[in-house]
Design a protein around this ligand. Sequence first.
Ligand code: FAD
Length: 399
Amino acid sequence: MTNDVVIVGGGIVGLATAYQLIEKNPRLRITVIEKEDRVATHQTGHNSGVIHSGLYYKPGSLKATNCINGYHQLIQFCETHEVPYELCGKIVVATRENQLPILAGLHERGIQNKLDGIRKLTVEQMREIEPHVAGLAGLWVPQTGIIDYTVVCQKLEQLILEKGAKIHFNEKVTSVSTVHGISTVVTTKGSHETKLIINCAGLYSDKVAQLTESEEINLRITPFRGEYYELIPEKHHLVRNLIYPVPDPNFPFLGVHFTRMIQGGVEAGPNAVMAFGRESYKKTQVNWKELGETLAWPGFRKVALKYWQTGIGEFYRSFSKAAFTKALQELIPEIREEDLKPGGAGVRAQACDRTGGLLDDFAILENQQAINICNAPSPAATSSLSIGSTVSDLALKRF
Ligand SMILES: Cc1cc2nc3c(=O)[nH]c(=O)nc-3n(C[C@H](O)[C@H](O)[C@H](O)COP(=O)(O)OP(=O)(O)OC[C@H]3O[C@@H](n4cnc5c(N)ncnc54)[C@H](O)[C@@H]3O)c2cc1C
């Protein structure tokens, strides 16, 4: 027996889980297995870099509790380990009459979630904070911040290595077998015996979960690409910090926003288009096998039937810079197409169940040999230290 715990995935959730486990029990033998050559290569390294305050989430949900706890733990972590971050605050802007009740609901929710300093804004007050913004009313959320999550992961990597954990890069987990409570995790480079597997494989978390289950699991990851533009340097002055639209309650992850980045520059986006592969960062990248699997999943077909109009709108904005710009002009009318240059893209791992439900909350599924984190979309980067703490408590009960 060489390991107590094998963690699959060197994104922020896997690394934060390793960190919390080793903090709570330094004697545990932990190995993190990552298929890429460094940490934070997928969702964690391609996100908006926002430290979310916990404004949107249903009180008592895993998202709400872990985001709020994770927020405070992340700030503490950054202070202790000198990771740069900035609490610059954000405004949420209602641009249409029908968004006003939703904005009022968000204000209520922010109060229920005990956010400090959250307050309603008139148009004049919004313009004092963001002079170029347009809208009917706003909400000021001072706790929101910006950070580079790759830098957080590099620090976590350093700390867990110092405490004796191992990280194996360029090693992909391909199968798992379990005999008398001991699992053998087979990878493209060899195998690792362990008492417990913790699956933090992000876009492949359903696949890895399936390796640990005898029955077919009831969810699939559906990949949604989020594409960004960047403001050209001469237009950075149009955005001081973070400007968000009121979310559509049916699609809380839709709606492009403006984000000042901690490393400099301003991003606009992301949209949300179905990706034709789990790691398809470009429109032209198609993984036929993965696309076929997504289309074959009954839950995805139900989602597609229900929301095809929204999907087409997102595809249109993906191919038409003019349409993308129009969406941004709702928030800042002065923005012109020529003010935007192509930015990066990220792919969200969104779990979808068999009946066509897009899982809203984080999903942590346990079986005898594994703890599978099967739905960890935004704000999982903000929440990572809290998710890691929750999962490590579940793990420690087993030793
Ligand atoms: C466009 C976008 C914007 C976002 N913005 C924000 C934001 O501003 N704030 C926020 O809090 N959250 C945000 N999120 C969400 C956040 O980035 C993710 O929730 C978080 O990064 C998930 O981390 P993870 O470790 O679960 O997944 P990942 O970072 O994807 O890590 C999973 C790792 O597992 C590895 N892996 C997969 N399969 C295997 C295998 N078989 N063997 C070995 N390794 C494997 C992968 O290579 C990968 O490195 C955003 C996400 C996206 C996509």
